[in-house]
Design a protein around this ligand. Sequence first.
Ligand code: NCD
Length: 343
Amino acid sequence: MKKSSPPSLPFCPDLSSLTAIRPLSPAQITALLDRAENYIALSRQKNKKQPLFSGRTQINLFFENSTRTRSSFEIAGQRLGLDNVSIDIDHSSVGKGETLLDTALTLNAMQPDIVVLRHNCSGAADFLAPRLDCALINAGDGTHEHPTQALLDALTIRRAKGRLAGLNIAICGDILHSRVARSNLFCLGLLGARLRLIAPSTLLPAGIEQSGAEIFHSMAEGLQNVDVIIVLRLQKERMTGAFFSSEREYFHFFGLDAAKLAPAAPDCLVLHPGPMNRGVEIASAIADGPRSLIRTQVENGVAVRMAVIEALLTMRDYQPAGAKAARGNRPAGQKAAGGKSRV
Ligand code: NCD
């Protein structure tokens, strides 16, 4: 039954799906990060469950490969008490020609409370969110956004440095194909970080100057006095042409090793969303070294996703009673009027 009064939760009014960071406010982001802190503590306990949402159903619909994001969402949902179903796309009706929309509406008819979507098309999450009766979380759509990755990166940096505002943060590598870079530009920028992008010009999107970040084509210049470096994977699966001559040459110019790290601040920290290509964008000595927060990012990812799931389900519980009914009355696949930006 819908509750009549709004929740006294300190976070995220209007958050009924999470498809992107861009439309969020700094206050919403900060509230999610604050909430995630509780879930880090919970996940370190022997009993990791806080079944706030037992009896609810979460469906994980991953059209692209994933190790950490998918298991992180599964674990996050389970720790909050949700029953979890992960669709095995390789053995699903997608192989028989079913469209994304038909697949999603089929699952929607089973009355899930939350769908987590990863898809290779930019915009897939914004396309589906208004067509489903439940909350949708974007777990990465093409080169568009990966909002929970940006939230977990922000949480990891904030915990390690005590703040985000005023930090010099460099994002290095394949910016062109990276939804992580896009979400991080919005998220870290909204929280007051000073951002630099370091990449060969072939791996930067057109118009990137308008992002507000400083652009560099040399690691030696771009890493001067940086507090944090986020290294990105070369996303070869999205490359349609030649963007660099060889991986060896790429590593020589852009792979993060001890020599390239030297001009950074002495307490500079290194992040990578994973999966890593060792010896291509990052040297093992850095990935496994004392400045690396790569495993901490993974730990914090579960906590951030718990906070997001909690925020979405809580807000939906307090929606006016008519809202869901109105969505449910639409013919299958028909978009809700004005329902586009349900962040
Ligand atoms: C990233 C992704 O899928 O966008 N990985 C992740 O979610 N941890 C980055 C990548 O694949 O390189």
